[in-house]
Design a protein around this ligand. Structure first.
Ligand code: GMT
Length: 376
């Protein structure tokens, strides 16, 4: 199949899923065209059947806001004309589903038809899709896609409740993880880079947006530190980072918190951590938690959104209430203070990632969905 993947290139789960899916489909022999405004950060493999097409947004004095969604539709047309496209796969509703609809309609005029699959990732529904100006546009994008998928059952239910869409139109295909790249035991030399031997390492990876509640992390960590030597290693960058740095100073934690910044090869760091911590307000899925689990690292995360579909509390991690930092600290201490339990949880985490969310399990679901969509 010739598949165009429309996505954001930035550090966010939707771009990761889109790029990794593209690479995996290319490996299966499909011709994949990734269409975005910059090279997605996980776009690393060279293959002759996997290409990147930049959406060029030109400046013009009349354009206070250059129309990116139209430029994307134009780029899709160029790719369709030069290479042919059977499927357009939009990751994140706004604006990709809309650009996809526009391109599909233009392609209907005389050229072979392309079908549009839209994958909802979370904040496109829960934050952007709730904004007054975008709500109807998001609903329009969903209703006019040929197929729609959600990354968890919870996101599907939430979408139906928030946007009044037809249930049969929306399916669930969970996110996946590359269990070969993300695996226990990788890169042991990185352990000493993360912390001193006596420190237990708590790792977090995110784009430090408000929805991740990163300040809860600092507050909970201050309770942990009262009970044992530990290090909080924070990977990523985003709008809340400065507030986190200020809180670390205020609480006198500077020597025990590492701000690592953006680091793409997180499969090197995740296996070194004693636990992965995700205190988000909401996660439609929690791909970062799944990647940690694949590395055999147990997770302490909030009981919210689709996280309970990924983390089984008491088996491969602990789920805690949003915002209750004392309970978060107690959960982390429970795991950090019991090496046998942590090891057991780590093995169970890897097993869950392999058995339920590996590429082998999820990729056939995508191929079948594309085939069904083409036959409609
Ligand atoms: O979590 C983010 O801030 C990024 C966001 C995105 O769309 O790029 O992530 C969402 O999609 C990921 C991949 O499907 C999910 O694993 C994340 O849980 C989801 N984030 C939220 O729902 C907040």
């Amino acid at each position: 199949m010739n598949i165009g993947i429309l996505c954001y290139p930035t550090h966010g789960g939707s771009g990761v899923v889109a790029t990794e899916l593209g690479a995996a489909l290319a490996e299966r022999g499909h011709n994949i065209h990734i269409i975005s405004y910059a090279v997605p950060f996980r776009f690393q493999t060279y293959r002759s059947n996997l290409s990147y097409h930049e959406v060029e947004v030109s400046a013009y004095p009349l354009f206070k806001y250059p129309p990116y969604d139209l430029a994307m539709a134009g780029t899709i047309m160029e790719v369709a004309e030069s290479s042919g496209l059977d499927i357009l796969h939009a990751h994140y509703a706004i604006p990709h589903a809309i650009s996809g609809i526009l391109a599909r309609e233009m392609l209907r005029n005389g050229r072979p038809e392309a079908k549009l699959v839209t994958t909802l990732h979370g904040t496109d529904i829960t934050i952007i899709g709730q904004q007054r100006v975008y709500k109807r546009v998001t609903t329009f994008g969903i209703e006019n896609s040929d197929r729609v998928t959600c990354v968890s059952n919870e996101l599907r239910t939430r979408t139906l409740g928030l946007l009044e869409c037809e249930p049969e139109h929306i399916e669930v295909i969970p996110n996946f993880v590359d269990i070969k790249r993300f695996q226990p035991g990788c890169c042991p030399e990185k352990r000493r880079e993360l912390g001193r031997p006596e420190e237990k390492i708590i790792l977090h990876v995110s784009n430090f947006r408000e929805v991740k509640r990163p300040r809860d992390m600092i507050n909970a960590f201050s309770h942990v530190l009262k009970k044992m030597p530990a290090r909080l290693a924070l990977v990523g960058d985003g709008p809340e980072l400065m507030a986190c740095k200020e809180l670390v100073e205020k609480l006198g934690l500077r020597k025990s918190v590492s701000f690592i910044g953006t680091y793409d090869a997180i499969w090197e760091l995740l296996p070194q951590a004693d636990l992965f911590y995700l205190p988000s307000e909401y996660e439609s899925f929690g791909l970062a938690a799944l990647e940690a689990m694949a590395c055999g690292t147990p997770v302490v995360a909030t009981h919210t959104g689709g996280l309970p579909e990924v983390v089984t509390s008491g088996v491969n991690g602990l789920l805690v209430p949003v915002g209750d930092v004392q309970v978060h600290a107690d959960a982390m201490l429970e795991l950090l203070g019991d090496d046998a339990k942590r090891a057991r949880f780590g093995v169970a985490a890897r097993d869950a990632a392999v058995e339920r969310f590996s590429l082998d399990k999820i990729l056939p679901q995508w191929e079948q969905l594309y085939e069904r969509t083409l036959k409609d």
